[in-house]
Design a binder for this molecule. Sequence first.
Ligand SMILES: NC(=O)c1ccc[n+]([C@@H]2O[C@H](COP(=O)([O-])OP(=O)(O)OC[C@H]3O[C@@H](n4cnc5c(N)ncnc54)[C@H](O)[C@@H]3O)[C@@H](O)[C@H]2O)c1
Length: 424
Amino acid sequence: MSILDSAPAGSVRDLGRAEAGRARIGWAASYMPVLKQIHDRFELEKPLAGIRIGACLHVTTETANLMLALQAGGAEIALCASNPLSTQDDVAAALCEYGIATYAIKGEDNDTYYSHIESVIATKPQISMDDGCDLVTSIYTKHREQLAGMIGGCEETTTGIIRLHAMQRDGVLPYPVIAVNNALTKHMFDNRYGTGQSTLDGIIRATNILLAGRTLVVVGYGWCGRGVASRAKGHGANVIVTEIDPRKALEAAMDGFQVMSMAEAAKIGDIFVTVTGNYHVIREEHYKLMKDGAIVCNSGHFNDELDLDSIRAMAIRKLEPREFVEQYELQDGRMICILADGRLVNLAAAEGHPAAVMDMSFANQALATSYLVKQHKSLDKRVYDVPLEIDEEVARLKLASMGVDIDILTPEQVKYIASWSEGT
Ligand SMILES: NC(=O)c1ccc[n+]([C@@H]2O[C@H](COP(=O)([O-])OP(=O)(O)OC[C@H]3O[C@@H](n4cnc5c(N)ncnc54)[C@H](O)[C@@H]3O)[C@@H](O)[C@H]2O)c1
């Protein structure tokens, strides 16, 4: 089998891996009961009949289950990777066999990455499904002739939503987009528990280090940062948080973490994890202060959270002792390790979020897509939150799958919380 095996239905590393991919997709499905129910409903009702969807998502087992649910709903789908390192090649192969045109190869270079986005756009999608906004920006900047045929889009992650809001502010958002990340059933679980667990999984798989007793610096105490900090504490690490938002810094301090500036933390950290969605939050002035052996990684969307050019310029030598570990030797003999080329460590060095959280994220994606199909004529070119009914339905279905019952308001309680006249 050749290294790059192209099929009419996409571009993947090796179609021969499809069987392994199918088995792993099935395993993930068993932890995605909410998406399974939506899949079965879609199969009966075909809410996406004939709709072309272009998706740019991490090509993982969980994404595969979303693609299969959309396909069951009647959609025609083309999929490419939203990160050059996050593709699971066996899954990409299996998806091609399932009839989903998949353009994704783990480790693809930048040109291939963008050519795969172009391949998806060439299928003339009516709905874009992004994780980081690359499809929307590519369609807007390079394929305006296709905008007339677009119904809308969905966006998976915080960074993508920040970019979409910037487009809306500049008056160039080309169609309505639903901010899936803003659903509580997405970010409260996916960003916090998913990123928390899988980021540590990525660090451990890449390095096999013991976290207990080490000092781990979490840069950014948003949804992802809270998850990474709490999971690292659970492993026995001494957790330090750095922030720029005084409210989040206060929260971290009251959650029991040490909070300090990056200039201070840089001197004492053993492991650094950035989850800010911001630019160059670790840079030359910080590398200069770090201890010998410091491990630096990123779990935010883009690899520019770390200033990689400066560490490369500072280094006299680079070693690659393990997959996903680059050790830079500096003039004074200190070694600093960068994991996974500064890309999302949980997706590059591990498998991304566990299926049980992606169940909710992708249930939101599937239901938001069918909402777009039904409602797009009444929507403006704006960023919309996931409708509350969808968010609550996803939570209800998840609780039911876990066998958890909750209370319902009594008629008196309904009246009480709706009134202003009751007092002391
Ligand atoms: N690894 C994954 O699988 C995964 C999953 C979900 C989201 N993400 C990405 O992770 C990033 C963070 O997402 P989130 O939902 O936690 O966002 P968030 O907005 O909730 O949190 C980001 C935090 O970073 C802080 N911050 C910004 N600049 C900083 C700086 N220079 N130093 C310290 N703190 C700084 C902000 O004040 C904020 O509290 C985004 O890029 C998002 O797309 C990754």
